[in-house]
Write a protein that binds this ligand. Structure first.
Ligand code: DGY
Length: 312
């Protein structure tokens, strides 16, 4: 017997997809220009949507699926889903927190090390056969610094735990002071002024849009390094590019961008910038765990059980 009808918007691990297809009647969201025809023919009866954190779902698509009951996000971020709209439409929303925390924190620290120790340039130095002609330019020490974390949630905590092994001093900002042995700055600019490396680990929302603006970058200064593993929207990307090009910021490690998969051309030639294509959670182990949690949420919804990780 076919399971409930489901629309899949994002790519999934083959193992996750196979399990999904065994339990549900899975339809793939077609590329344009085939979407209107697909909606006319198949929209009725779609009870679930599976999507990625970076994709979410448009309000228009929610409205075009009259039988939709749940949007299961295969990711932790839900900034691409209008939660108020989902509530009004009576649609539940779930995500996959916790299982990706360690990987994202690992990547944040890796990006810091890449920038401070100039590892992308070091790799090229060896591969391009430059080593016999001389040493690479000196890097900068990554340990014993002042580390600032914007957003001490799950991922921020995990970054702090890793940084504890680097010596130095950890501070953070966020809406509330927490029971932690780190310095608290209510104001992000003040945190940046007190940091050598500023990690952005806050959830994207209207409140955090362009939170890291020109003033924050100026406070971080020409020796400061910005690491962003949250969302591109949290940083004013134009201000970031300008600060890097003009030497007003020391460097940046970036996994997320304003208009993915497009990266500002100006960043590509900068030696003090380390780039990654939004891969914070992209390990086999974590993607499998995310897929399982997404499936658990769907299965719970259709079995009438409490959702393991509800957002709405
Ligand atoms: C997440 O889980 O939100 C990742 O950033 C992928 O979008």
């Amino acid at each position: 017997m076919m399971g409930p009808k489901l629309l899949q918007l994002c790519t999934l691990l083959p193992s996750t997809h196979d399990t999904l297809a065994a339990r549900y009647e899975v339809h793939q969201w077609p590329a344009e220009p085939a979407r209107e025809d697909w909606l006319r023919e198949h929209a009725a009866g779609v009870r679930a949507v599976v999507t990625g954190g970076h994709l979410g779902i448009t309000n228009d698509l929610v409205d075009r699926l009259p039988d939709l009951g749940i949007v299961a996000i295969n990711g932790v971020g839900y900034d691409r889903v209008d939660l108020d709209h989902a509530r009004t439409a009576g649609v539940r929303v779930t995500n996959t927190p916790d299982v990706l925390t360690d990987d994202v924190a690992d990547l944040a620290v890796a990006l810091m090390l890449n920038v401070m120790r100039r590892l992308p340039a070091a790799d090229r130095h060896v591969r391009d056969g430059l080593w016999p002609s001389g040493p690479q330019a000196l890097a900068r020490r990554a340990s014993g610094l002042r580390y600032g974390i914007v957003g001490l949630g799950r991922i921020g905590h995990a970054i702090a735990a890793r940084l504890a092994g680097f010596g130095g001093r950890i501070a953070y900002s966020g809406p509330n002071r927490k029971q932690v042995p780190h310095d608290y700055h209510a104001d992000v600019t003040a945190l940046a002024a007190a940091s050598d490396v500023l990690f952005v680990a806050t959830a994207a929302s209207a409140a955090t849009r362009a939170l890291i603006d020109g003033a924050v970058l100026a406070a971080l200064g020409p020796e400061g390094v910005l690491v962003n593993v949250a969302r591109g929207s949290v940083v004013d990307e134009d201000a970031l590019v300008a600060a890097l090009l003009e030497g007003r910021l020391g460097g940046a490690g970036l996994d997320v961008f304003a208009d993915e998969p497009h990266v500002p051309q100006a960043l590509l030639g900068l030696e003090n910038v380390a780039l990654a294509p939004h891969v914070g959670s992209a390990t086999r182990e974590t993607r499998e765990a995310m897929g399982n949690l997404m499936l658990d949420n769907l299965d719970a919804y259709f079995a009438g059980r409490p959702l393991p990780t509800p957002v709405v």
